[in-house]
Design a binder for this molecule. Structure first.
Ligand SMILES: *[C@@H]1O[C@H](CO)[C@@H](O)[C@H](O)[C@H]1NC(C)=O
Ligand SMILES: *[C@@H]1O[C@H](CO)[C@@H](O)[C@H](O)[C@H]1NC(C)=O
Ligand SMILES: *[C@@H]1O[C@H](CO)[C@@H](O)[C@H](O)[C@H]1NC(C)=O
Ligand SMILES: *[C@@H]1O[C@H](CO)[C@@H](O)[C@H](O)[C@H]1NC(C)=O
Length: 450
């Protein structure tokens, strides 16, 4: 297809090359050039003229393909940008002479296919951005020869299949972005040659299985995003951050350390982190955890969102080592009665959410150790009273106390709210009114007269 187009325009002379150095490039950068080509103009450049520029940006051009002889006319080009240029086809010949090319950006075009050996002339390419195209088919040798490539961006395409040897030459690869495609399978050895790979993003694809050895064998993996896929089990080695939100994961196994785990909205029953020493955040809301025993040794945890699980009881050990915890969300976890020393070590806790549970009472000194508490959510339980007489002294920083949806008697609640008012602790955004909508309330918080 592009051959036909090229031979058709071959007879036309190229007058369309418009060089506009001043507008696009920093004044100081004399090697930078902006090129504008219009669709009626030739795509075949005149080989007799050469330009010394190192950076070329096509902008506002509908060129359909890389103009013929481009790298002969711009032999020094290191950075080529052709975003939103309607490019449809790429062929190996397009990159003849592209030895100096370091960075190629072609996002938001209409490229459908990457044929074999496409980039084999691009020995120095380090950065390749083909995101937001319509790539469906990748040849096993599409990336053949890219031994210096560090960053590969293929997100927002229509890729279903990654041939097993696709990344075999990419020995310098550090980052790969494959999110928003339709990938169903990751071959066991897909990243075997990419020992420097640190960032892998495959969010929002259709992975049904993630073979355990893929990520277990990666030594430099730092950031892995596999959210929004369909697999039910994931195993990794040490890494910094793992995202597996919004999936169908039942079992998550980290055979090393992890700093941040984002695993909301799965079916996790089984969580294992071999070494918890540098774990700082665990987001595991909306799962099927029955207890927190697997993370109770997380000494440096600062954020734990375990809301919407089936915890029921809190073990007295659960938070006994988490002296750094600042945020704890146990909303909607079927809590009935936390043990009286459950929060004894949480002297740094600033936010505690115990809402949407079945608590009828709180153990008397439960909140006393929480010296740095700023926000406490007790809404939607079955409380009739809380021991607040000492609250201002024990938690001097408290700013908000959520009390909605409990079994307060109005007379009790009135005293409680008064205490909070006096001490500058806000309880509700509602307005004080004794009978809003026919129900009884104090400061907008429902209560009963009897
Ligand atoms: C390019 O140079 C060759 C040889 O110097 C000449 O024959 C040809 O006409 C030139 N082409 C153009 C388009 O000027
Ligand atoms: C706790 O989690 C619930 C449900 O997941 C969420 O709606 C709520 O905003 C969280 N609470 C805080 C204080 O962040
Ligand atoms: C309320 O708390 C204080 C101090 O924390 C304690 O001395 C007292 O016994 C508690 N009262 C009740 C009724 O639990
Ligand atoms: C208070 O009670 C009324 C009537 O039962 C109900 O419609 C409303 O949602 C309650 N408000 C809160 C904040 O729970």
């Amino acid at each position: 297809m592009s051959k036909i187009v090229l031979s058709f325009v071959f007879t036309m002379l190229c007058q369309g090359l418009h060089v506009d150095i001043k507008n696009m490039c920093p004044r100081s950068d004399k090697f930078c050039v902006k090129v504008k080509l219009n669709p009626s103009e030739s795509y075949e450049l005149d080989r007799n003229v050469t330009y010394p520029h190192q950076k070329v940006t096509f902008s506002g051009s509908r060129v359909y393909a890389i103009p013929g002889h481009f790298f002969f006319v711009f032999p020094n080009v290191r950075f080529l940008t052709m975003n939103r240029c309607n490019v449809r086809n790429l062929e190996e010949a397009d990159f003849m002479g592209a030895e100096n090319l370091v960075r190629l950006e072609m996002w938001k075009n209409q490229i459908r296919e990457l044929p074999r050996d496409l980039f084999s002339g691009c020995r120095n390419l380090e950065w390749l951005d083909l995101s937001s195209n319509q790539i469906k088919t990748l040849h096993p040798h599409s990336f053949h020869g890219l031994r210096r490539l560090r960053k590969l961006l293929l997100f927002r395409n229509q890729i279903h299949t990654l041939p097993p040897i696709l990344f075999r030459d990419l020995v310098a690869l550090e980052t790969v972005h494959l999110e928003d495609n339709r990938i169903e399978i990751l071959e066991e050895n897909i990243f075997i040659a990419n020992s420097r790979l640190g960032i892998v993003r495959i969010r929002n694809n259709r992975l049904k299985v993630v073979h355990p050895s893929i990520f277990l064998s990666m030594r430099n993996l730092y950031w892995l995003d596999l959210s929004r896929n369909y697999f039910d089990e994931i195993q990794t080695n040490t890494l910094d951050t793992l995202h597996i939100n919004d999936g169908m994961v039942k079992k998550c196994f980290i055979n090393g350390k992890i700093r941040n785990l984002h695993a909301d909205n799965n079916e996790i029953q089984s969580l294992y982190i071999r070494d918890l020493t540098n774990t700082q955040e665990i987001h595991i809301s909306r799962n099927k955890l029955y207890d927190l025993s697997s993370i109770h040794g997380a000494k440096h945890l600062s954020k734990l969102d375990a809301s919407q699980n089936k915890l029921g009881l809190l073990n007295s050990l659960d938070f006994s080592q988490m002296a750094d915890l600042m945020y704890l969300n146990l909303s909607n976890t079927d809590l009935i009665l936390p043990g009286k020393n459950a929060f004894a070590r949480l002297t740094n806790l600033a936010t505690l959410d115990l809402s949407h549970n079945q608590m009828r009472e709180l153990p008397p000194d439960l909140l006393t150790p929480l010296r740095n508490l700023r926000e406490l959510h007790l809404d939607y339980n079955k409380l009739t009273q809380v021991n607040y007489s000492n609250l201002r002294d024990s938690s001097p920083a408290l700013k908000y106390l959520g009390l909605h949806g409990n079994n307060w008697r109005c007379s009790y609640l009135r005293d409680l709210v008064e205490y909070m008012d006096r001490n500058g602790i806000s309880v509700s955004k509602g307005i004080y009114d004794d009978s809003v909508g026919g129900t009884h309330n104090v400061a907008g918080i429902n209560c009963t007269l009897l």
